[in-house]
Design a protein around this ligand. Structure first.
Ligand SMILES: NC(=O)c1ccc[n+]([C@@H]2O[C@H](COP(=O)([O-])OP(=O)(O)OC[C@H]3O[C@@H](n4cnc5c(N)ncnc54)[C@H](OP(=O)(O)O)[C@@H]3O)[C@@H](O)[C@H]2O)c1
Length: 149
């Protein structure tokens, strides 16, 4: 452990599962949005939330790939989103209130790491762009919907 990190004492560790994390929480009837929710850890989060009763909105930049990954899971809605593209983030956030009553849970899970050097249209490096400003802008733009739950 480095000097800059201290344990959260959450009770969870590297071997904890999404189902263990959600135990005791009832998201029945809630709407969740899970970025990157069609692969890896995000897919586990989507499955756990759906099995506990939530409806899950999964944004994806490749809808066909995401649809194939989620084909067996009910109560999931796919929407287009590229976190490196501010116009894409704005489009999702602007259309959200028209299609959903509110947003109860926002899980900013999507991300990349150790990519070959590429940049978004603003010149931001892709890992930074996706993981940080992309999610920050998404959260800020969805804030009004989060407040209505
Ligand atoms: N797995 C680990 O051990 C680990 C450890 C530490 C941190 N993390 C972090 O945890 C997060 C999830 O990890 P993971 O292993 O589950 O990763 P993963 O399987 O590679 O999934 C990442 C997800 O993020 C999506 N994504 C990437 N760039 C995007 C963009 N510009 N716009 C929209 N979606 C985008 C991907 O979509 P596509 O399918 O289109 O690529 C994919 O669905 C990442 O941020 C990762 O860095 C993971």
């Amino acid at each position: 452990m480095s000097q800059t990190q201290t344990p959260l004492d959450s009770g969870f560790g590297a071997a904890s599962t999404a189902m263990e994390a959600i135990a005791g929480i009832d998201p029945t009837g809630k709407t969740a949005l899970v970025t990157g929710g069609s692969s890896g850890m995000g897919l586990e989060i989507t499955c756990a939330l759906v099995s506990a009763g939530a409806k899950v909105v999964v944004p994806a930049r490749n809808l066909e790939k995401a649809r194939a990954a989620l084909i067996a899971i009910e109560h999931v809605e796919l929407v287009p989103l590229d976190l490196m593209d501010p116009a894409s983030i704005k489009s999702l956030a602007d259309s959200f209130p028209a299609s959903h009553r509110s947003l109860d849970i926002l899980i900013n899970n999507a991300g990349t790491m150790l990519n070959p050097l590429t940049r978004d249209s603003r010149g931001y490096e892709s890992q930074l762009s996706t993981n940080h400003p992309g999610h920050f802008e998404l959260a800020v733009r969805l804030w009004p919907a989060l407040g209505e739950g």
